[in-house]
Design a protein around this ligand. Structure first.
Ligand code: KIV
Ligand code: ZN
Length: 517
């Protein structure tokens, strides 16, 4: 089945989340899924329902919240996993079960300890079982690219006969080279007699930095019509194929690919920011499409050229992928209506009028302290509002901090714990360290810090500092975020946010449950 449309399958919430530390809570996943829907992604892989109760609930919540994209859940090739996926997807408008088994000699022998015939049989049985539950079934041959072509062709033929509607051939370990991968997909399709009964899909990891190039070769040479990808290329090890790059390559070079994608490209940057803020995975400045420098022209010759005619040095327009000029959008005197309208323009959907009121109150507070409010400030504020919940145990109240050359920094933090005010003081190697030690002296969470990162939201020293704190306790990883013009306050907010997540039972399962793969 070949068409002129390329299906964009986003797996940020499944394969992306498998990246160490990129754990997301259920509510954060729903928020990202809604953004993926605004981006008009065709298929959202919402998770791996059988991995844990938390994963199941996330898939279920996304299936209920998202109406325009197909919602997919990953399952190993067994009845239990597949049933769990079907159950989690019950309320989806459009649902897909994605089942997989490894087909390479290495994986079959060393990991599965199964013979090729046993793998073939299990693939066949699981697709048959899944097809009795749903019509839209994707089958993936894990480590497909390192599989024997003839054996893989037999597996694909059998699962298509059983009703698989999409066949995905992952380069699980990022070993492929574009031309070779493209030819592999082409030869495979030629060998499978019923290949025209399924959509062929590519799924490439980025270990050699070629995930996007390999995926595009799979499309151009191999004839694949689905690409599996993630926002910002998030994913295990070196990551997955980056959605923004593959989409903009196909759109910008439509002359070469001759394919259409349904993506609302102006939602790309907001999606990139949301994923980066939520996971704490900062986007490198020179990253294609979504990096801060992707459209910045520093050299005089380039600036001169762009001023005379944009297309001298620009092959895409920044605004087409959602970059808005760093403009002052609102200030202290802006009213609620102006704020609400700007939220709409930024594609931010708030749950209720009460949520808008709360965000507006925070905006007013910020505007009192910072005269110029940029879009980035508003997005950070909304992100902070949505990561704080009424169930939060810890709330920031105030902070006092002293640093002097030759003296140890001191911090006193006042916060509430289940409504009771707590005052904690400590010294530390630096002001942030003193602040965290002060909080820990009262909380004694026993958590290990995996990451502390700080970023100037709008690029200057007048900007708000945006902090991510990643904590781990008993195998569970959480990311806390905080933003404030005072970077020590932002750090305290992020730390308390992470502690609240560790405390919450709603997500008390290891977020890396999918590692069970
Ligand atoms: O990389 C891979 O092989 C996968 C499959 C489970 C689809 O993510
Ligand atoms: Zn993968």
């Amino acid at each position: 089945m070949s068409s002129d449309r390329l299906i964009i399958f986003d797996t940020t919430l499944r394969d992306g989340e498998q990246s160490p530390g990129a754990s997301m809570t259920r509510d954060e996943k729903v928020r990202i899924a809604r953004q993926l829907e605004r981006l008009r992604v065709d298929v959202i892989e919402a998770g791996f329902a059988a991995a844990s109760n938390g994963d199941f609930e996330s898939v279920q919540a996304i299936a209920r919240a998202v109406k325009d994209s197909t919602i997919c859940s990953l399952s190993r090739a067994n009845d239990r996993d597949i049933s769990r996926s079907a159950e989690a997807l019950k309320d989806a408008n459009r649902a897909r079960i994605h089942t997989f088994i490894a087909t390479s000699p290495l994986h079959m022998e060393k990991k599965l300890r199964m013979s090729p015939e046993e793998v073939l049989e299990q693939a066949k049985r699981s697709v048959r079982f899944a097809r009795n539950l749903l019509d839209d079934i994707e089958f993936s041959a894990e480590d497909g690219y390192r599989s024997d072509l003839d054996f893989l062709a037999r597996v694909c033929e059998v699962v298509i006969n059983e009703g698989a509607t999409t066949i995905n051939i992952p380069d699980t370990v990022g070993y492929a080279i574009p031309e070779l991968y493209g030819n592999f997909i082409k030869s495979l399709r030629e060998k499978v007699p019923n290949s025209d009964k399924a959509i062929w899909s590519v799924h490439c990891h980025n270990d050699l930095g070629m995930a996007v190039a390999n995926s595009l070769a799979g499309v151009k040479i191999g004839g694949a019509r689905q690409v599996e990808c993630t926002i910002n290329g998030l994913g295990e090890r070196a990551g997955n194929c980056a959605l923004e790059e593959v989409v903009m390559a196909v759109k910008t070079r439509r002359d070469y690919f001759g394919l259409d994608v349904n993506i609302a490209t102006e939602q790309i940057v907001p999606a990139s920011r949301m994923v980066s803020q939520t996971t704490g995975f900062v986007v490198q400045p020179n990253k294609a499409v979504v990096g801060a420098n992707a459209f910045a022209h520093a050299s005089g010759i380039h600036q001169d050229g762009v001023l005379k005619a944009r297309d001298t040095y620009e092959i895409m327009r920044a605004e087409d992928v959602g970059w808005s000029a760093n403009k002052i959008v609102l200030g202290k005197l802006s009213g609620r209506n102006a704020f609400k309208q700007r939220l709409q323009e930024l594609g931010v959907e708030m749950e209720s009028e009460a949520a808008i009121n709360a965000a507006f109150a925070s905006f007013k507070e910020l505007a009192d302290r910072k005269s110029e409010i940029f879009d980035e400030d508003i997005l950070a504020l909304v992100q902070m509002e949505s990561s704080n919940t009424p169930e939060d145990v810890f709330r920031f109240v105030s902070l006092e901090q002293h640093s002097e050359t030759g003296e140890q920094p001191q911090a006193t933090v006042v916060f509430s714990r289940e409504g009771q005010e707590v005052k904690a003081s400590s010294s530390g190697n630096g002001p942030v360290d003193a602040c965290f030690k002060a909080i820990e002296s009262q909380v004694q969470s026993g958590a290990e810090m995996m990451l502390f990162s700080i970023n100037a939201i709008s690029g200057s020293t007048e900007s708000q500092g945006e902090v991510t704190v990643r904590l781990q306790r008993a195998g569970r990883v959480v990311n806390g975020v905080g933003a404030d013009p005072d970077v020590i306050v932002a750090s305290a907010l992020a730390y308390l946010n992470a502690l609240n997540k560790l405390h919450s039972t709603a997500d008390s399962v290891p977020a890396q449950g999918a590692n069970a793969i």
